[in-house]
Design a protein around this ligand. Structure first.
Ligand SMILES: Nc1nc2c([nH]c(=O)n2[C@@H]2O[C@H](COP(=O)(O)OP(=O)(O)OP(=O)(O)O)[C@@H](O)[C@H]2O)c(=O)[nH]1
Length: 136
């Protein structure tokens, strides 16, 4: 059997603030799905565990030192497009976070209803609906 994964694993974070808002970022120009809003995160690299990949991505993208102890596995989504992807969504309520867009990307805190009105990355609308009950 070939030692090649059949799908990409992507990890993403729904970070809640004390008002039940979620941190979203806009995919930068030049990337796949540029301009769409998403939960911060990215691809799990070979040899990495998902939550380590998430801590790395959040540091790289938003200069947030995420405490892994605050992470809870929450939902997953799948997209069987050209490159099949399984996205693992975690939540965190880590306090005192001050994001910086390290790729020059925009970011915002949004209530679930506000987030639903944004143009979202493909798998995110379903994930947002599942998250809405966790906002309060
Ligand atoms: N990070 C992230 N990716 C998402 C979300 N929803 C969703 O459909 N995706 C898709 O999952 C894939 C993740 O790739 P990515 O581009 O974020 O990963 P990465 O930062 O490691 O990519 P790179 O290779 O450009 O550095 C993209 O096709 C992206 O559009 C989401 O909420 N967060």
């Amino acid at each position: 059997m070939e030692d090649i994964p059949t799908f990409l694993t992507v990890v993403a974070l729904a970070l809640f603030d004390s008002e039940g808002r979620i941190l979203l970022q806009q995919r930068p120009a030049g990337k796949h799905h540029a301009g769409l809003w998403e939960f911060p995160g990215g691809k799990v690299e070979a040899g990495e565990f998902p939550r380590d990949a998430l801590v790395r991505e959040i540091e790289e993208e938003l200069a947030i030192a995420l405490d892994p102890q605050t992470l809870s596995p929450c939902h997953f989504a799948e997209d069987y497009g050209h490159t099949p992807i399984v996205l693992l969504l975690y939540t965190s309520r880590q306090a005192g976070v001050r994001p910086r867009g390290m790729d020059g990307q925009a970011w915002r805190w949004s209530l679930p209803a506000e987030a639903a009105a944004l143009p979202l990355a493909p798998m995110d609308r379903a994930l947002l609906n599942l998250l809405s009950d966790k906002a309060a």
